[in-house]
Design a protein. Structure first.
Length: 381
């Protein structure tokens, strides 16, 4: 029999220009499940960009759409509409065979229940992706499988069946398998959901090490403590993605309120150095910085302009006069270094949100207090 090398379809997939510079780009993604009870939208208008080297945790209540999102990215399932670019490749256009070949090389997938093949040894499980994708020579594959098992610290269990290993060890084996073809991206759905908290911490540390080594990781988790340790957190509520700048500004709000607020945010942009708020003017808007930096100045009666604060992404301004009434107590302008972007609420939406959320009211009051003191100090200098 002639052993013929399988053609690897992913080699022929041309990157498009639509993927921009981010490693992963989701554009206006919808996923509707058609059930006997009717159509169920599990993902709605999802826009998301993930850069190379990011460690992104995805959180959200049970049923919010986390697994659906991961399944779109890994090509386990297809979106109803919208686009998914990974490394510039439009993966929503790949057929099943192309998808399997592409995934095998580009995406390591780690599941909650490990999904190791029970009749194969741990070593053989790690060999499968390399065999499937015809990566490396057979000798290199064996060497690589052992090397990966050493990396995840279970080399001494290489020739055991998965069932002989503890849960944590099985997840390590699953991670070694995910790394077999050296994919740039790891997608993982509740990888610690079946582990005790100490073991969960160790698995998380392993992911962090992989990010340091250059991998990009998307991790769905319901463990808020672990989620916070990732470099970025994406929140899904009812199939929609919460604005990350808003979530960073008001992390204690419920996901439902975060989503409600997200839908009311109006983006605005300003040129470098352009004024955004004039001291003494009427207050009609609340702002959260989403790109660049803004500077807050106090114009004193003696005509001195004192810099009171510099605010960056996820920080807000414009709340003092909206809460207390009266005119703007300071001037805010875009930093002279670069143009800036902000997300804004009008006065009515801001007031309504404060009425809905005691957490947001508390946060705003706390901020008004601290900033009031800063302004008073600057006035006296
Ligand atoms: N194959 C399916 N058919 C119909 N509905 C589904 C299917 N898969 C998931 N859903 C529904 O879509 C919603 C999101 O599910 P899922 O993505 O699994 O949420 P999560 O992972 O956040 O718990 C849930 O309401 C779920 O019941
Ligand atoms: Mg899930």
């Amino acid at each position: 029999m002639v052993w013929r090398k399988k053609k690897n379809i992913s080699e022929n997939i041309e990157p498009t220009q639509n993927g921009k510079n981010s490693l992963i780009v989701l554009k206006d993604l919808d996923k509707v499940y058609h059930t006997d009870a009717g159509d169920f939208p599990a993902l709605l208008n999802v826009d998301l960009e993930i850069g190379s080297g990011e460690f992104v945790s995805v959180i959200g209540k049970s049923g919010s759409g986390k697994t659906t999102l991961i399944n779109m990215l890994t090509g386990i399932d297809q979106p109803s509409s919208g686009e998914i670019f990974v490394g510039g490749v439009a993966i929503h256009n790949l057929n099943e065979g192309e998808m399997a070949a592409w995934r095998g090389r580009n995406m390591g997938v780690v599941f909650q229940f490990f999904q190791l093949l029970p009749t194969l040894s741990v070593f053989q499980n790690v060999m499968i992706p390399m065999d499937f994708c015809n990566m490396f020579t057979p000798a290199e594959r064996r060497e690589r499988a052992m090397h990966l098992l050493e990396l995840v610290d279970i080399a001494e269990h290489a020739h055991k069946l998965p069932s002989r290993l503890s849960g944590g060890q099985q997840q390590r084996a699953a991670i070694a398998r995910a790394l077999a073809n050296d994919p740039p991206i790891i997608c993982t759905d509740e990888p610690t959901g079946n582990l005790d908290s100490k073991t969960a911490g160790q698995i998380f540390d392993l992911f962090q090490q992989l990010v340091k080594d250059g991998k990009t990781i998307l991790m769905v988790t319901h463990d808020d403590d672990l989620a916070k340790q990732a470099s970025r957190t994406v929140i899904i509520a009812d199939g929609e993605i919460v604005n990350e700048y808003f979530a960073n500004a008001f992390p204690t709000l419920s996901h439902e309120l975060m989503l409600k607020a997200t839908k009311k945010l109006l983006p605005m942009s300003y040129a470098a150095g352009e004024p955004i708020i004039l001291q003494g003017s009427e207050a009609d808007r609340f702002y959260i910085v989403s790109k660049g930096e803004v500077e807050v100045y106090l114009n004193r009666p003696d005509a001195q302009e004192v810099l009171v604060d510099t605010l960056g992404p996820g920080q807000y301004f414009g709340e003092i006069a909206l809460l207390n009434g009266g005119a703007r107590s300071a001037m805010v302008r875009a930093s002279i270094n670069s143009p800036i972007e902000v997300l804004t609420f009008d006065k009515k939406d801001f007031t309504e949100l404060l009425g809905d959320s005691s957490e947001m009211m508390e946060e705003i009051k706390r901020s008004v207090n601290i900033r009031g003191q800063k302004l008073a100090k600057a006035a006296k200098k």
